[in-house]
Design a protein. Structure first.
Length: 305
């Protein structure tokens, strides 16, 4: 690639990164941002260093829709190790308690897993990015501190037991945003009465990302970069890929401007959707419109402005 611009290039869109083991989400983001020589980039939700898989990165104007991507459903492949509890909830932590694992625990496994489907309350782990008085709780945890955490409600759409080998149980979890898989595994161990922690974790998807779009490792991106910037940028998805589930509507540029200025208009009733992708007469994606109870549409998410 050519020598990188000191201030970076204007790149706009989304990339589905297959995050490597051992990297924080921010470290993974910075490596990719540097590779693309992008002026502005962000990620759409923390993925633990232990975890691999789908991490959606936003470039340029697409950072404006990061919160929409973060609010999407997630799916994970997780391997739970029974019989041990660690201070971090995963295998990177220190073992703080042990328990015997026997056939009785496996006999009750299917029912225990099923009991977590639906709305459940979780207490976020101390080793999390949630901030207490401006300080990430994982930093407090490393100092040996414990702080009170309020429980939060999340939704588990389904949990499937994929495999059982010795004291390890592999599962696929489909869940809402904000779900802590480490907490889910620890709570499962507590319900079984034999303790548990995360031995392996991979995020399979964020919304449709990871399912209907290609996912790239950093090594694959490096290989593409050897063929030039154009080859690398073919991995970038348009911002509206985050909204492909919603119908689209083309509007005159003046009406788009009206929406951007805070006005509201009526859309055709046959759109039959709370949200709609808005394009101008040049077929340029401008943002997401939201239909309110009064039947009028407001700009929900700006993109071009």
């Amino acid at each position: 690639m050519s020598k990188k611009n000191k201030f970076g290039r204007d790149i706009h869109g989304l990339l589905v990164l297959d995050k490597s083991l051992g990297l924080s989400s921010n470290h993974a983001l910075q490596r990719v941002k540097h590779l693309f020589n992008a002026k502005k980039a962000g990620h759409t939700g923390t993925l633990d260093p232990l975890a691999t898989g789908a991490l959606v990165l936003c470039f340029g104007r697409a950072t404006k829709i990061a919160d929409h991507v973060m609010s999407s459903k997630k799916s994970y492949y997780v391997v739970a190790k029974l019989g041990e509890q660690t201070d971090t909830g995963d295998k990177e932590g220190q073992v703080v308690a042990t328990a015997n694992v026997n056939q009785q625990h496996f006999d009750g496994l299917a029912a225990a897993v099923k009991s977590f489907e639906g709305d459940i309350d979780q207490i976020p782990p101390m080793y999390s990015a949630i901030k207490k008085d401006g300080v990430p709780m994982y930093k407090l945890a490393r100092e040996g501190k414990q702080v009170e955490r309020a429980s939060r409600q999340v939704h588990i759409y389904s949990i499937t037991i994929d495999n059982i080998q010795s004291d390890k149980v592999a599962m696929t979890v489909h869940c809402s945003k904000g779900t802590y898989i480490r907490t889910l595994v620890e709570d499962l161990g507590a319900k079984l009465g034999c303790l548990a922690h995360v031995d392996e974790l991979r995020r399979l998807s964020v919304g449709t990302f990871g399912l209907t779009h290609n996912m790239y490792t950093y090594e694959q991106l490096e290989q593409l970069s050897a063929d030039g910037a154009l080859a690398l940028e073919r991995t970038i998805l348009p911002a509206e890929a985050a909204y492909y589930d919603y119908p689209q509507y083309e509007m005159k540029n003046g009406l788009v401007l009206s929406l951007e200025q805070g006005r509201k208009i009526r859309f055709p009733a046959d759109l039959n959707s709370q949200y709609v992708r808005i394009y101008d007469t040049n077929r340029v994606f401008r943002g997401l419109g939201e239909q309110k109870n009064d039947g009028f549409v407001h700009f929900s998410k700006f993109y071009m402005s």
